[in-house]
Design a protein around this ligand. Sequence first.
Ligand code: WQD
Length: 338
Amino acid sequence: MKILVTGGLGFIGSHTVVELVQKNYEVVIIDDLSNSDEKVLDGIKQITAKDVQFEKIDLRDRGAIADFFDKHSDVQGVIHFAASKAVGESVEDPLIYYENNLSSLVYLLKELLAIGRTNFIFSSSCTVYGEADQVPITEEAEIKPALSPYGNTKQIGEEIIKDSCKAYPELNAISLRYFNPIGAHPSTLIGELPIGVPQNLIPFITQTAVGLRRELSVFGDDYPTEDGTCIRDYIYVVDLAKAHVKALERLINQKASTNYEVFNLGTGKGSSVMEVIQSFERISEQKLPYRIASRREGDVIKAFADTKKANQVLGWSSETPLDDALLTALRWEKKIRE
Ligand code: WQD
């Protein structure tokens, strides 16, 4: 069965492609290579020992999408990762985010409906919740006004899909709200490839550990939490990838109760920045140089998932402990610096 994975050479996309291929799906990747590298395809092929088709397409080009589906009219499902995702960049250049993340989604959905291929998985984010009123966060938590244009494109993206599922009953869609994806494939053949100075905590920690960065800046230790640092739900990227296969199979096997569902994907456990540092020092057997810096604009204090719905309905749970996920991140960092 042929599955289209857009953004399939990205961090979560590439790990999901591996899981799909290893479950004998035929995968075609669309990626514009704006935030990834074709070398990732080699890693995927090495891990799976299978050929995976890749087409370099910019999803803002509606004609190119139509041409793609003329060629691949036998696509049975789509997992849509392709989007710009740097929170800070989205504040500086919002129109790039609204165009790239939303017009491509609309074009993709229109083409899928035109060819009657309608199993659609959307890559969303816990960022849609903003500062939730209570943790753990359930799928019914209030969607607060987005704190960044990036977060807004995830909220609007979900609304576009929800309205489309209501208007076009033949469309079957699931939005997956990720918490904080971390780590790398155990083969160290694929992993996260941040461009420039990493914005996210784990790649900054691993780059500090290998001496690329002098020290980690902890963005504030005066929050109302046990140790004063922010709490997040760090989910191992391979566990997250497996959840996408489960969600896709829920649609393909028509197990979904309605034609639009939403699932939180996390571990259900919150870890503070200091706890991540302690965990990292444990697995790396080295001290991590860090200093306490001022708070970062837009950071929420606590975000971790209530995973009951994904556990019970998707039949999926994240099993990998933080220490193990961090070890894969460190091994990957050392591998790419060899
Ligand atoms: C985690 C914690 C920081 C870097 C972002 C996006 C979200 C999703 C995941 C795409 C926070 C602290 C970080 C550093 C630090 N991306 N930190 N020093 O902000 O929770 O989520 O990435 O969907 O949409 O918003 O992740 O890794 O940036 O930060 O102290 O150098 O680590 O303050 O508490 P975040 P993060």
